[in-house]
Design a protein around this ligand. Structure first.
Ligand SMILES: [Zn+2]
Length: 251
């Protein structure tokens, strides 16, 4: 059975117990990381996932609190003697910048570097990103400060569906992406341009008619404020919880 492990649940201002938001989907044949921050091999190790086993990496958008760990991940894979290819998926905006960043590290001169395939995906709604025996991953552009995608995971054995809003204002694209999902993981940074409050996340969950809502990318530690769970419950009758670091969802 596939499982999704939350590797971080905080907004950009992380705290002692909450790393920046990112996650990993562990399947039988594929292990797909969604965003990659800080020291990924430590974080994956704490979740009992060997970073060398990653097959795919999805980059939702090119903000440091979502992609800061990519150069270190690639370097550490190379240092461990990786040969298998790694697939990296993202919008043109995202991958153009990631390739430029790696060029600044002169990665083309790292001897015997393993193959990295950059899969540039078009800006189109509800489009397939990855399909394998166990699951399909679809995406839609959402409304953030820069080009960003939200994700929908459809699991073939269990028939479960999980959607992840990523960083976004409340928008119909997320309602459609999450439509009828068992679980919606929605950001709750607070009401601001390109972001959503917990109350707005609850409204989106209600509109999408999902069974369960997890809030993520929320203010943590000394930056936490208010009761975001009760805010989300104002407009949504289903179960609401906080996504927390190292939480595991069986799918
Ligand atoms: Zn962002």
């Amino acid at each position: 059975m596939a499982k999704l492990i939350i590797l971080g649940s905080s907004n950009a201002l992380s705290s002692k117990s909450n790393e920046n938001t990112h996650m990993v989907l562990v399947g039988e044949e594929r292990i797909v990381m969604v965003d990659c921050v800080n020291n990924p091999i430590q974080r994956l190790g704490q979740a009992d996932v060997d970073f060398m086993d990653l097959t795919d990496l999805v980059l939702t958008h090119f903000h440091p609190d979502h992609v800061s760990g990519v150069p270190l991940l690639l370097m550490d894979m190379w240092l461990r003697g990786r040969h298998r290819p790694l697939n990296i998926y993202g919008l043109h905006y995202t991958l153009d910048r990631m390739e430029t960043l790696m060029k600044m590290y002169s990665w083309e001169s790292w001897p015997k570097f393993f193959p990295v395939s950059f899969h540039r995906i078009p800006t189109s709604e509800n489009t397939c990103l990855l399909d394998c025996d166990e699951f399909t991953i679809k995406y839609s552009p959402v409304r953030h400060l820069i080009p960003t995608i939200g994700l929908r995971f459809e699991f073939k054995n269990s028939k479960k569906v999980l959607a992840y809003s990523c960083d976004t204002e409340p928008c119909v694209e997320v309602v459609r992406l999450a439509s009828g999902a068992d679980v919606l993981i929605h950001e709750a940074s607070g009401e601001a341009q390109g972001h959503s409050s917990a109350e707005q996340a609850g409204q989106i969950a209600a509109q999408a008619e999902v069974n369960r809502l997890y809030l993520i990318h929320y203010p943590t530690g000394e930056y936490a404020n208010g009761n975001i769970l009760s805010e989300a419950r104002q407009h949504y009758q289903g179960t609401v919880d906080l996504a927390t670091d190292f939480m595991v969802l069986e799918l």
